[in-house]
Design a protein around this ligand. Structure first.
Ligand SMILES: [Zn+2]
Ligand SMILES: [Zn+2]
Length: 262
């Protein structure tokens, strides 16, 4: 069994073929997926997917790459997270690659998410790009470790991974780990403790080799797990079991076995 810990099933490219995507999940033994929000506007779509499909979960949050989304209120996040299918807060974090200038609003938004996660006891899905030092600083200042969570689509150095691990966070690897030029990321993937590793697609983006450039989908997380297996000397089934256990434990999901029966 495998779990895709981060996808965007409601995005163009996937939204009109959700049933096909679920079929490929079954073919590739991907039992569950977490569909991640990027704005509060599209959150109802994400929640609707999780309400409709017993093996799809939802998160609520506003991505740092959406400057027009405005101020995100902690109270609103807490209220929206109060739903049995919403298992996480995010994605949130800092991105100094896509946006430049005064990004204090990004840090304020990130802080609101961390406070909301601590209040509702749900873990954080953290996006960080070209902003590792500030991401870790804000995480420490806001005691993000109390909520826990995952550094998603990880592309940073071992030092950043170790700092996040020290805060109690998990590290999630995407299809990037299969890319030819990702040697240093593969070195990180060899070192993260097995009880802290997750796998994800971030679909519809970042399709793994040999599908690079195509529309990604949750079923292709199998190729990410195969690469982690190669790096760690494990069979894909073992990687699947370990990363699925980590996923259900981190997101506090206890009824997943029943859902697979459906
Ligand atoms: Zn992201
Ligand atoms: Zn994402």
């Amino acid at each position: 069994m495998l779990v895709d810990s981060h996808c965007h099933l409601n995005f163009p490219g996937l939204a009109d073929k959700v049933d096909e995507a679920l079929a490929l999940m079954r073919t590739n033994q991907v039992t569950h997926a977490l569909c991640v929000s990027v704005t509060l506007e599209e959150f109802p779509q994400v929640r609707a997917l999780a309400e409709r499909y017993p093996n799809i979960y939802a998160s609520v949050g506003v991505h740092p790459d959406y400057p027009d989304a405005g101020e995100v209120r902690e109270d609103e996040l807490v209220a929206l997270a109060d739903h049995p299918r919403v298992v996480a807060i995010g994605e949130t974090g800092l991105d100094y690659f896509r946006l430049q200038g005064d990004l204090e609003w990004q840090r304020a938004r990130f802080r609101a998410h961390i406070r909301a996660a601590r209040r509702c006891g749900k873990p954080l899905i953290i996006h960080t790009r070209a902003a590792a030092d500030d991401t870790l600083r804000v995480m420490r200042e806001e005691h993000a470790g109390e909520a826990g969570g995952v550094m998603h689509c990880f592309t940073e150095s071992w030092n950043v991974a170790r700092a996040a691990l020290d805060l109690g966070f998990h590290i999630s690897f995407s299809g990037i780990v299969t890319f030819k030029n990702a040697e240093s990321l593969r070195d990180v993937a060899k070192r993260v403790p097995l009880d802290r590793i997750l796998v994800e697609t971030d679909s519809p983006y970042l399709a793994p080799v040999p599908f690079r450039g195509k529309t990604n989908e949750p079923g292709l997380v199998r190729y990410v797990a195969e690469e982690i297996g190669r790096l760690r000397g494990l069979a894909v089934d073992q990687v699947g079991r370990i990363t699925s256990d980590n996923f259900f434990r981190l997101f506090n999901i206890k009824d997943h076995a029943i859902q697979v029966e459906h």
